[in-house]
Ligand binder design. Structure first.
Ligand code: SAM
Ligand code: SF4
Length: 421
């Protein structure tokens, strides 16, 4: 989401006379697009702003620093003195006026209408919603990004059609909880009159899948509580929707899941995975996990370890619990010591290494379709249809185009291939 925001920020600034600087110390405007999901990300922002300020002291022409993105109240108050302006990302269409740089009347009414400056060709990120209404106990997103607002389907389709015309091959539909797309609450409808559409995420996927052209559709994130049978069927039937799914479980213990306000049980999650695997046998599954949530005792952590061994994920994004001000979990005692959190993260990483290697080895000898996005010293780099990281001997001329490679080796984190000509 932050990358997608940055692409829109770049577009607004470039449409109003700015150009990208090649180095930070050549810039006369620095936009820091903040993420507050974990404290480590927040600390990096403090460091970056400090660096920019030190550089500013040495430069003759001082540059402005703007802070935006997901910002907590506490950081907003502390960073207010250190930057020139704090601007709301949801208000991006009004930035030129606020910065006094407006030189184009584009008639843009909201964030979604801003045409981004895409920066990841042949992949493009297309937001389908902003915000979140789920209020997981540990998470800042509902506070920093506000309530869930859906983007009208017709605008999403229009953007994807234009991207396909321009040669984009990998379309990412983005939202904090994509499968709640179209499931609206009354308050959402009030906020966006255009939302009175009867299109849920499955229907939206089918509409994108029906756009003519040779491209892949990926999406993130999915909340297990909203993952319907209709969506599984849609994924199985839509040939452009890739067999890759990030399905964050967060914990393998029911009591912790309840405390996290996740609204599903471990059994429900397992049943869901079973159903998905039955309909899409080759699905590559990844998940998100938090270790050391307040009150997580060893036995509860072991349930998570057991779940990882059982499900055998292709990939897992494992995070140590980070206290976030303003969330409901901040009121719970953060009683798992830092050392123990680290140990739990390492234990899960070891399990993941084994299951990911086991999964990846199954590709050895097979021919897979990949989309190369980088080339270095005779090797192409990219992702496969199943979102596996691929390094393959091949020609630079194949960048940005689908090619077939034969897999010759596997590690837990990727596959090695050879281009088939
Ligand atoms: N919407 C997605 C979902 O339902 O899981 C996840 C979005 S969240 C921004 C991305 C990931 O960051 C989460 O899945 C979670 O594992 C991690 N995360 C969020 N808050 C966290 C916290 N306070 N401490 C550690 N990890 C956190
Ligand atoms: Fe945060 Fe995702 Fe929960 Fe929303 S669904 S509160 S974004 S973890």
């Amino acid at each position: 989401m932050n990358k997608s925001d940055s692409e829109r920020i770049a577009s607004v600034l470039e449409n109003n006379g700015f150009q990208k600087a090649s180095k930070m110390n050549e810039a006369n405007l620095i936009v820091v697009n903040m993420c507050s999901v974990r404290q480590s990300a927040v600390d990096r922002v403090y460091g970056k702003i400090q660096n920019a300020k030190i550089k500013n002291q040495n430069e003759k022409s001082k540059c402005k620093i703007i802070l935006t993105g997901c910002i907590l109240k506490k950081d907003r108050e502390r960073l207010f003195q250190q930057v020139n302006l704090i601007l709301d990302i949801k208000d991006l269409q009004n930035w030129p006026e606020k910065l006094g740089i407006k030189n184009q009347e584009l008639g843009i009414k909201n964030y979604f209408e801003i045409e981004p400056k895409y920066s990841s060709f042949p992949a493009a990120y297309v937001p389908i919603s902003t915000g979140c209404n789920n209020f997981c106990a540990y998470c800042v997103v509902p506070y920093t990004r506000g309530p869930l607002i859906h983007r009208p389907a017709e605008d999403i389709i229009k953007e994807v059609k234009e991207l396909i015309k321009k040669g984009y091959r990998e379309i990412w539909l983005l939202g904090q909880n994509v499968n709640s797309y179209g499931i609206q609450r009354e308050t959402d409808a009030k906020q966006n009159a255009k939302q009175t559409q009867n299109i849920n995420f499955s229907k939206l996927l089918r509409m994108v899948n029906d756009i003519p052209g040779d491209f892949w559709i990926r999406f993130t994130s999915s909340h297990p509580k909203d993952f319907s049978d209709e969506l599984i069927k849609t994924m199985a039937e839509c040939k452009k929707v890739t067999p890759y799914l990030n399905l964050p479980v967060q914990s393998g213990n029911d009591k912790i899941l309840r405390k996290m306000n996740r609204n599903y049980t471990v059994q429900k999650y397992k049943n869901l995975v079973k159903k998905i695997r039955k309909k899409i046998p080759d699905i590559a599954l990844s998940t998100d996990i938090i270790v050391g949530f307040p009150g997580e005792i060893k036995k509860q952590f072991e349930n998570t370890a057991k779940l990882l061994r059982e499900i055998k994920f292709d990939m897992a994004y494992i995070a140590q619990y980070s206290l976030r001000p303003g969330t409901t979990a901040i009121k719970m005692k953060d009683n798992v010591p830092q050392k123990e959190k680290k140990k739990r993260e390492q234990i899960l990483t070891e399990i993941l290494k084994k299951t990911a290697l086991e999964k990846n080895k199954k590709y050895i000898g097979k021919t897979v379709k990949i989309l190369p996005v980088g080339w270095e010293k005779g090797f192409l780099f990219g992702k496969s249809f199943h979102y596996k990281t691929i390094k393959a001997k091949g020609l630079k001329t194949m960048l940005g185009q689908f090619i077939k490679v034969k897999i010759i080796d596997a590690t837990p984190w990727g596959l090695l291939g050879k281009q088939i000509v």
